[in-house]
Design a protein around this ligand. Structure first.
Ligand code: SF4
Length: 344
């Protein structure tokens, strides 16, 4: 049976009409689905039992459940979610004193094959439906309230998968999360992170995408980047820069550049100079990320290299943040936990 969350409002209205029910019930049902995150018809207590019965005879819930939760000594909590077909994805909650950021997945596995990423080694399995993206938010929001006494304040589409290759589901999930009628999160508190699919970045601009966009650049030397992010072979720097300029022109928003510092690969001052050059045509904010080792050959950049890298960028008046790795004791980097569960 079809998941009730996979039908449109029009289809729901038609179902109600065919079953002799009033139109306003559609609003009640959708409120249960998208505002309260109901996972069964029994929870919809303001609907007559007869209507709940009809709904359950015609529709299902392909629910996502938490398969496992591990919590780091620094408060970061990581989840393995089990999908209705038994597949697994990951999500992470990263708390501070006043905020909780949720990192969510958009695909099972990933086709991009980035060599420093545990998910990249799994290959692409399937796209997540927008209801499965939403499920991660609802489940982690309940956990955030229980663990930290706070609701999720920020969302990053930075878990497993390349969001721009699951465009329609990602867009619909953003719509649900930001709609004032349902979750009402501010678009400025949502960040979509991409390895950079130039054509789709332009589409974001044309579709008036309101959340923040982050480019996982990691290396501003085109050939070197290609070695460890093979997909970028078809996305040249020229295409990428043109698309980012276009996005900036259309939205007026500064682009975030994510840059994972790896020892002796992309952490020299010469690399910082290339990064500065890459960003010359659009305003950016640089997030330097400390590497969270996954048992690969890569190592985190030494403190002295990080300092020199930052000093150069700041001397060029660039805005730089350093994101220290959180949850190291629980394998909180993307794909690590599912990979580990597969191996044990
Ligand atoms: S870093 Fe992101 S895009 Fe690259 S393989 Fe991992 S999940 Fe995919």
């Amino acid at each position: 049976m079809e998941d009730i969350r996979h039908i449109s409002t029009q289809e729901l209205l038609l179902f109600l009409e065919e079953n002799g029910e009033k139109k306003f019930r559609a609003g009640q049902i959708e409120e249960w689905l998208w505002k309260k995150g109901a996972g069964s018809f029994d929870e919809m207590t303001n609907l007559p039992v007869s209507l709940r019965q009809k709904l359950s005879e015609n529709f299902s819930f392909l629910n996502t459940v938490i398969g496992r939760r591990v919590q780091s000594s620094d408060g970061t909590a990581k989840f393995i979610f089990r999908l209705h077909d038994g597949r697994e994805i990951e999500g992470v909650l990263i708390p501070t004193e006043t905020r909780v950021t949720a990192c969510i997945s958009t695909q099972v596995g990933c086709a991009m094959g980035c060599k420093f990423c545990a998910t990249g080694t799994m290959g692409f399995i399937r796209n997540l439906h927008y209801s499965e993206i939403f499920d991660q938010y609802i489940l982690m929001n309940r956990e955030a309230q229980a663990l930290y006494g706070l609701s999720i304040s920020n969302i990053v589409y930075m878990g497993m998968g390349e969001p721009l290759l699951n465009y329609d589901n990602v867009m619909r999930s953003v719509e649900i999360l930001t709609s004032p009628k349902v979750q009402g999160l501010s678009p400025s508190r949502i960040t979509l992170s991409t390895v950079g699919i130039a054509k789709v970045i332009k589409q974001l601009a044309d579709d008036d995408f309101k959340p923040e966009v982050a480019l996982s650049l990691h290396c501003a030397d085109e050939l070197k980047r290609r070695e460890r992010m093979p997909v970028t072979e078809h996305q040249t720097f020229e295409m990428l820069q043109e698309a980012l300029s276009y996005l900036y022109e259309k939205t007026g928003k500064r682009i975030t550049i994510e840059y994972l510092l790896l020892k002796n690969w992309n952490d020299s001052v010469a690399d910082a100079k290339k990064l500065h050059r890459f960003c010359r045509n659009f305003p950016v904010k640089i997030n330097l990320i400390e590497y969270n080792a996954t048992g690969t050959e890569y190592q985190k950049s030494p403190e002295a290299n990080v300092r020199a890298f930052i000093d150069f960028l700041e001397s060029k008046n660039m805005v730089v943040n350093v994101r220290r790795s959180r949850g190291q004791d629980i394998d909180a980097a993307c794909g690590q936990l599912v990979k580990k569960a597969e191996l044990t």
